[in-house]
Design a protein around this ligand. Structure first.
Ligand code: SF4
Length: 273
């Protein structure tokens, strides 16, 4: 019997399917729980602190206020299973919080938040391409000095080396596409703010990037449909396996998950992505 298709596609699901179809199946279709990770929870905490910062009037968005926002975010996140599940001891928690503080401080090297005019923070957008529902949460949507839309995504991991930069922009192009579909305006700029480095990777969406995004998303969705129909999700061993929560189930690591059907070539459109 064909597997149940996921209800929506998001940038993280697109990236996950491209990275490893089997890990995508475990996460997006089987919905297996994954233990929290320090990196992901630190990201959640810093995003929440910046969300609180942009809830303040512009003139009050100082470094001191941002550190208060981080304290508030820590208090809010502490009872959450994502935080408790890390089971940090005193020393581990001190290090975790110090690293989060470092990211918040570095954010100020990238921009002056008192000059930003946000119109949406943690904004959930959903649009359709045919029967496919696309969904994404935009960290920050703002207006620039000319009244144009700008999409910003905060990253708390390290920036990619230059040759991988365009690949990492796939998510922000996705958000740009959602804005255009829902608000009727293409953002003038999409940017990834890598807080750890700190580094901003900025791009300008075009007709070509929007067309490319549509083609890519359709190709991914066709490949997901085909994989569900054939119950055929292959493991794709690579560097990401180090952080994969599903190693004990993965045939590439001696696990027993079946991937069914004999190997066939990837759909051509997907292989080219
Ligand atoms: S361990 Fe590697 S190959 Fe296996 S499911 Fe995870 S990412 Fe895919």
């Amino acid at each position: 019997m064909p597997l149940q298709l996921p209800a929506t596609l998001s940038p993280s699901k697109v990236a996950s399917f491209k990275d490893c179809a089997l890990a995508f199946k475990f996460s997006a279709i089987d919905r297996l729980p994954e233990p929290p990770s320090i990196a992901a929870t630190r990201g959640t905490l810093v995003h929440l602190a910046l969300q609180h910062l942009f809830g303040l009037p512009s003139a009050e968005r100082t470094m001191e206020a941002a550190l208060h926002c981080l304290e508030r975010a820590t208090t809010e996140l502490r009872p959450d299973p994502e935080f408790c599940g890390l089971e940090l001891d005193g020393e581990g928690e001190d290090q975790f919080l110090a690293e989060a503080e470092q990211l918040v401080r570095r954010y100020f090297e990238l921009e002056d938040p008192t000059t930003i005019h946000p119109i949406g923070i943690e904004l959930m957008l959903e649009a359709r391409i045919g029967d496919l529902r696309l969904r994404g949460i935009i960290d920050r949507l703002e207006l620039d000095a000319d009244g144009e839309l700008v999409v910003t995504d905060y990253k708390t991991g390290r920036a990619p080396v230059e040759r991988y930069e365009q690949g990492r922009l796939g998510g922000v192009h996705f958000y740009s596409f959602l804005c255009e579909e829902l608000l009727g305006r293409r953002p003038a700029r999409v940017q990834l703010l890598y807080l750890a480095d700190p580094l901003a990777i900025i791009t300008v969406p075009t007709d070509q990037s929007t067309r490319g995004l549509r083609t890519k998303v359709r190709a991914i969705w066709s490949a997901v449909e085909l994989a569900c129909e054939r119950e055929d999700f292959r493991p794709k061993p690579g560097p990401l396996c180090t952080w994969c929560s599903f190693q004990d189930r993965c045939p590439a690591f001696g696990g027993s998950a079946t991937t069914s059907a004999p190997a066939k070539a990837e759909p051509r459109a997907l292989a080219a992505l």
